[in-house]
Design a binder for this molecule. Structure first.
Ligand SMILES: NC(=O)c1ccc[n+]([C@@H]2O[C@H](COP(=O)([O-])OP(=O)(O)OC[C@H]3O[C@@H](n4cnc5c(N)ncnc54)[C@H](OP(=O)(O)O)[C@@H]3O)[C@@H](O)[C@H]2O)c1
Length: 285
């Protein structure tokens, strides 16, 4: 099965409906994470997004338990923060040596010798932690560190997360395979970055495609226009929200996060939902 067709993620051709694993970060005994990941694989999902700082390696270890030896599955991880204890379970780790340490931590917890794609998560603007003091690091210095890791063969390809169009443009010479900014029907602020990705054929893999799980944030499924189009198509609101992201660019992919097998199945089926010009006009209104 190829949910939503395929697109290029660096050297890999992956299905356009992937899976974001951040929601599997609850500590404690596995409560279904492995089942969700294996069901994703059964449904044809071959692209999983993760980070070592999701639950201090918990998510990576669950991915390993479910999917190793990762036959034909592309695991995309990110650096720029590291796990810590406390109410907020991560802190920024933007310095070049910290990026290297995070790559090494991801290699260990995923049990691989090379990370397929590594996104550099910048921290210049909300949402999330903001860089201050020694965490304010020049993008060029970070790219030099990641390029060295790629030359060593430790990482396969470089992506960027939470960047402006100007930062992406600056990074283009090193070869950026994907960009991961927040983007959905409730947050279109990254439109200029999407435009640049489209122009350069760079994979657009936004985070929070449904508006996130954070309390106080608008979930895409609650938008009246989304519900209206869903009713018209006989689809669910989540499917309409994800299909809208996919319709924004041939290189767009979605990585919705869920702890539920039923939601996962619904999200994968979004790859088969086609929005008409009338639907798109309703959603853009
Ligand atoms: N680069 C970055 O800085 C960054 C930041 C955040 C996240 N990410 C990545 O992006 C991925 C996606 O973001 P996200 O997981 O935070 O947010 P999201 O995908 O926008 O939304 C997840 C929320 O939507 C719910 N949901 C999922 N499918 C649903 C469905 N079919 N119907 C109704 N509700 C549904 C989930 O609840 P249920 O569990 O109940 O389904 C969860 O509460 C993450 O998993 C992570 O891999 C990257």
């Amino acid at each position: 099965m190829r949910p939503g067709g395929t697109a290029k993620l660096g050297e890999h051709e992956v299905v356009r409906v992937g899976y974001g694993a951040m929601q599997l970060r609850e500590a404690g005994p596995d409560d279904g994470s492995v089942a969700v990941l294996r069901r994703a694989r059964e449904l044809g999902v071959d692209h999983v997004d993760t980070a070592e700082f999701y639950g201090d390696g918990v998510v990576n270890r669950r991915i390993r338990a479910a999917l190793a030896p990762y036959d034909d599955v592309v695991i995309v991880t990110k650096v720029g923060a590291e796990p810590t204890t406390g109410e907020i379970d991560l802190r920024l780790a933007q310095r070049p040596e910290q990026l290297r340490a995070q790559v090494e931590a991801n290699l260990r917890s995923l049990g691989v010798e090379r990370l397929d794609v590594v996104n550099l998560r910048r921290a210049d603007a909300p949402p999330g932690l903001l860089a201050e003091g020694d965490q304010v690091v020049d993008l060029d210095d970070q790219l030099a560190a990641l390029t060295a890791l790629r030359d060593e063969g430790t990482i396969g390809a470089i992506g960027l997360s939470h960047v402006s169009a100007e930062q992406l443009r600056r990074a283009l010479p090193v070869g950026v395979v994907c960009v991961q900014n927040a983007y959905s029907l409730v947050d279109r602020s990254s439109e200029p970055v999407l435009d640049l990705c489209r122009e350069r054929g760079i994979a657009w893999v936004p985070y929070f495609p449904l508006g996130s799980a954070f309390p106080g944030q608008t979930h895409v499924t609650t938008l009246p226009t989304v519900q209206q189009v869903a009713a018209r198509l006989g689809a669910t609101p989540s499917q309409v929200g994800l299909a809208w992201v996919l319709a924004r660019s041939p290189e767009a992919m979605v990585i919705p996060g869920t702890r539920s097998v039923a939601h996962l199945e619904e999200n994968v089926a979004a790859g088969s939902v086609s929005l008409t010009a009338e639907d798109l006009a309703t959603l853009d209104a």
